[in-house]
Design a binder for this molecule. Sequence first.
Ligand code: NAD
Length: 359
Amino acid sequence: MNKTELGIGVIGAGRIGTLRANMACKHPSVQFLAISDIDPDKSGLLAQRVGADFASSSNSAVISHPEVTSVIVSTPEHEHVAPILEALHLGKPVFVEKPLALTIADTDLLVEAADETGVELRIGYSRRHDRRWMLAKEQISQGRLGTVLGIQSRVYNTRSHMAEILKRSPEATPVLDALTYYVDMACWYLEDNKPIEVIARGQSKVYKEMGYDIHDVTWAIITFENGALVNLGICYALPAKYPTYGQSAKFEVLGDEGVILLDVDNKDSFLFTERGVPHAYVPDHEVTALFLQTNSSGDWAQGEYWGPIANETRSWLDHLATGSPCSHTTIREGRRTVEVTLAIEEAARTGRVVTLSGR
Ligand SMILES: NC(=O)c1ccc[n+]([C@@H]2O[C@H](COP(=O)([O-])OP(=O)(O)OC[C@H]3O[C@@H](n4cnc5c(N)ncnc54)[C@H](O)[C@@H]3O)[C@@H](O)[C@H]2O)c1
């Protein structure tokens, strides 16, 4: 079987860029790996740890490197646009972390560039690559639910986790940064049935007292063009030491011939230790009690990374190397999700019904 040799450029050597580089350096088709970070210590250190071939503090030096055939953009949310545009214009496929961008103007710049260049651009909504959600998608595709009438989902996380997100990206909100996974999932499950209208309410006490203009709790109802109703909610203000390392979720899909109930609070995997466990995402944060598997990107165990980010990265590299189909969010889906999350924020802020473009 013919396999294309890959040269991968990872832009951003933070938490997620580190995972992507770890997966890329082990993939059999990857013959060249380059890493950039605005902080040269970070790119240099990660390159050394994974045995990369090239490291730089210049994104352009990596993106335009002749050995780099494809780019992974793992910079903070508000720093996605420039490296994506540069790679697309050089004809190099891009995989970018969610969300595509934080404004519709930036999102449309990326859609236009992808259309104009014809170069593939996909978005890393790694929840899709959690086995539970992937299997649910398969059952829906097989028609086992009949017509999907509605979806209900909610996700919780701690205020300590949200504080880390705000440190790297002050414009991010729980809705734009985390509920976005569930908007992506609902739209993926409802396929070509487009979201047309959003109502939402938000409540803030915890974050207001901390000086942030974001909601503690947001509940939204999204109506789709065939009448399907999607109810999504988020609270990223749980007490700092609630025993989770990431997202605690429920996701329920209601069809006229079947139903899927995903219980992803992970209360069935419980650890208590008087020695304390460090948090994978929040530095200097230790708990004695923990629901295992709550890190939604995955976990290190026995020297390997297990979980959605590992599956998602491997599947993307397989796709580039072999042309195999992949389930990563497309540019059109990514745009739709950004529009819906911005509409949820607007509806929650104004109390008004927000009509979507139907794109
Ligand atoms: N799929 C998932 O499970 C998942 C989980 C967490 C975060 N994310 C997404 O991954 C992205 C990065 O998040 P993170 O947690 O790795 O953040 P991070 O802060 O740990 O890492 C970001 C890195 O980018 C570098 N950087 C900042 N601006 C840059 C620029 N202009 N050019 C090059 N490097 C730059 C920083 O120095 C830092 O090393 C975000 O889009 C986030 O939403 C995805």
